[in-house]
Design a protein around this ligand. Structure first.
Ligand SMILES: C[S@@+](CC[C@H](N)C(=O)[O-])C[C@H]1O[C@@H](n2cnc3c(N)ncnc32)[C@H](O)[C@@H]1O
Length: 306
């Protein structure tokens, strides 16, 4: 892990007005902004059920929605509000364009973000280059936000038992490649399924190590289809996290929107399968101790050993 600070970002934007992630150009704004729209609309109510749907993905603050495969800011907002207090530490070790960190900053939580792609880290810093307008939000205090260029499989700069919430969104194996043009060896989205699965085992092991006992690790993950058959990536991820010692607290279904290309293909041809239009947000909890783990054995891997 190498820390990327504000001065590194300021140096980078001297020569770069955009970066290319996968096949898409992402513009870097390059200006520090004071924002007054620090939250969704006033009548927004946080989610209360296990089915989430955000057809309007959310464009408040510096969220742009133009990083391929980024998650709606409503997702980290809901997770942060449910599972943390102000000044807690939030981690997104595959932060992409930094959606989780922007939400942590708006909600006054300290945060650490990491990405394997230096250019993604620069996009995140670009989105974090703001402050909340103190004349509108007069009790606002800037939290500590740190960004790193590094590998989610090895969080060597993060202490054991130091994080209050993990909210992260890994690649769904190699469905979308985040480093198509510039090959990045450790990019999980460039790995064949078997290698991806062993990489995700290391991600789960590191997540368990850095999380405080009793705290939450939440993962958004989707499935795929190959040769007209279903590949249950989410089931594999669930098993990996349970095998690492986590307890399953929630399985939230997230309805998928913005699948323009797929929907057009769908209309164009008649296939003998259903279009996948959901993802899973798994909410795992690190047990406090052995007693806690055993008490919840039907939500762990222990039930298989009974
Ligand atoms: C689905 S995107 C995350 C999008 C993010 N939630 C957002 O809203 O912008 C997955 C990210 O994981 C990163 N990634 C892939 N392999 C990684 C690894 N081994 N360590 C850290 N980041 C990795 C990719 O570069 C990509 O930015």
């Amino acid at each position: 892990m190498r820390e990327i600070k504000q001065e590194d970002y300021l140096e980078f934007i001297k020569n770069h007005s955009e970066v290319v992630i996968g096949n898409s150009a992402v513009k870097l704004e390059g200006n520090f902004v004071i924002i007054s729209n620090c939250s969704p609309s006033e009548n927004y109510i946080p989610e209360r059920t296990s089915v989430w749907s955000f057809p309007d993905r959310g464009k408040w603050a510096t969220h742009r929605g133009n990083y391929r495969g980024n998650w709606s800011p409503y997702i980290p907002r809901n997770l942060i509000l449910k599972y943390t207090e102000k000044n807690d530490w939030v981690l997104d070790q595959m932060m992409g364009s930094g959606t989780t960190l922007v939400e942590a900053k708006l909600l006054q939580r300290n945060a650490i973000g990491i990405d394997i792609n230096l250019e993604a880290v620069m996009v995140s810093r670009d989105r974090l280059n703001f402050s909340c307008d103190s004349s509108v939000h007069n009790d606002y205090r800037e939290p500590i936000i740190k960004t790193y260029w590094g590998d989610a499989r090895n969080l060597d700069k993060i202490d054991n038992n130091s994080i209050d919430l993990i909210a992260t969104h890994p690649p769904y194996a190699n469905i979308i490649s985040y480093s198509r043009k510039k090959k990045i060896e450790s990019d999980l989205s460039s790995m064949p399924l078997k290698k991806y699965i062993s990489g995700m085992k290391e991600v789960a092991r590191e997540s368990y190590r850095v999380l405080k006992p009793g705290k939450i690790c939440s993962i958004l993950i989707g499935d795929a289809r190959k040769h007209k058959h279903y590949i249950p990536i989410s089931n594999m991820i669930m098993e990996i996290f349970l095998n690492s010692g986590f307890i399953l607290k929630e399985d939230i279904i997230k309805i998928q929107w913005n699948m323009k290309a797929t929907r057009e293909n769908w209309r164009a041809k008649q296939y003998d399968f259903f279009l996948i239009a959901h993802e899973h947000i798994f909410v795992f909890r690190k047990p406090e101790n052995e007693k806690d783990l055993k008490k919840h054995r039907f939500s762990t891997k222990l039930w298989k050993d009974d």
